[in-house]
Design a protein around this ligand. Structure first.
Ligand SMILES: C[S@@+](CC[C@H](N)C(=O)[O-])C[C@H]1O[C@@H](n2cnc3c(N)ncnc32)[C@H](O)[C@@H]1O
Length: 231
């Protein structure tokens, strides 16, 4: 018997579940990726604009989901400059429907379903990359794969922004109730927390300098980090 491994997140986070067409018609996808549809979408664009995103930049959204942020990014960016990748095919399909609802097909987003962060498939180098609520759902080895692949596709002066749940020190085995939001993060289960020291190590082994931006007005206490090329 042969098995086709497409979505390897089963048992790691809830994104191993693929939504069906009925779910998508009922907008289940908006809650599945965390809700706060309008607020968190706008917040992502505002943050990146404050940190230098210009319409002529190329942006890659890693773990883009059903384009909660993507819709705002593609409205702001010049045609063809928004790229998204996600492991969950149903969320990308829902995102395509959201794009049509907003009349944004003409912005020509490039969307990819992939389970190993094969960012080279885009055949581009990016000015900015962003991952909102991705590292919060991933164990360290998978974040390392993501960062290692991101390192190769980021322009020399580029920045990769990613959110995470912060722990006060490494190997923080106890759960943490993140305030505001009351999400309980864990050391070795989804949703994951990491100390800045741990995140910096993950950045360093992939050739990044890691800077803590910290609070960026996220309503569930996810902190922001910025990765830049160290060589
Ligand atoms: C909480 S959602 C956030 C989506 C989007 N960034 C947003 O802000 O709306 C997390 C996303 O990460 C994706 N994801 C989880 N594990 C992944 C992996 N290993 N590779 C790529 N995407 C992954 C999920 O499918 C989901 O779309």
């Amino acid at each position: 018997m042969t098995t086709k491994k497409v979505n390897s997140m089963l048992g790691i986070n809830s994104y191993g579940r693929e939504l069906n067409q009925d779910d998508i018609a009922k907008n289940v996808h908006r809650g599945f990726i965390g809700g706060l549809w309008g607020k968190l979408g706008k917040l992502q664009l505002e943050f990146l604009k404050e940190h230098g995103l210009q319409p002529d930049h190329k942006l890659l959204d890693i773990g883009c989901g059903c384009l909660r942020g993507g819709l705002h990014f593609m409205r702001y960016l010049e045609t063809g400059n928004y790229y998204g990748i996600d492991i969950n095919r149903s969320l990308i399909e829902a995102g395509v429907i959201e794009v049509k609802k907003e009349g944004l097909e003409g912005r020509l987003p490039t969307l990819l379903v992939d389970n190993h962060f094969r960012l080279e498939k885009f055949g581009e180098k990016f000015d900015y990359m962003v991952s909102v609520s991705l590292f919060t759902h991933l164990p360290m080895n998978i974040i390392n794969r993501c960062l290692s692949k991101a390192r190769r596709q980021l322009k020399q002066e580029g920045v990769y922004f990613a959110t995470f749940f912060e722990a006060p020190y490494p190997v923080h085995l106890d759960n943490i109730t993140q305030v505001p939001g009351e999400i309980v993060s864990e050391y070795d289960a989804d949703p994951f927390h990491y100390s800045f020291e741990e995140l910096s190590w993950m950045g360093a082994v992939s050739g990044f300098n890691t800077k803590l931006i910290g609070d960026w007005k996220h309503p569930r206490n996810q902190k922001m980090a910025a990765f830049t090329l160290s060589t």
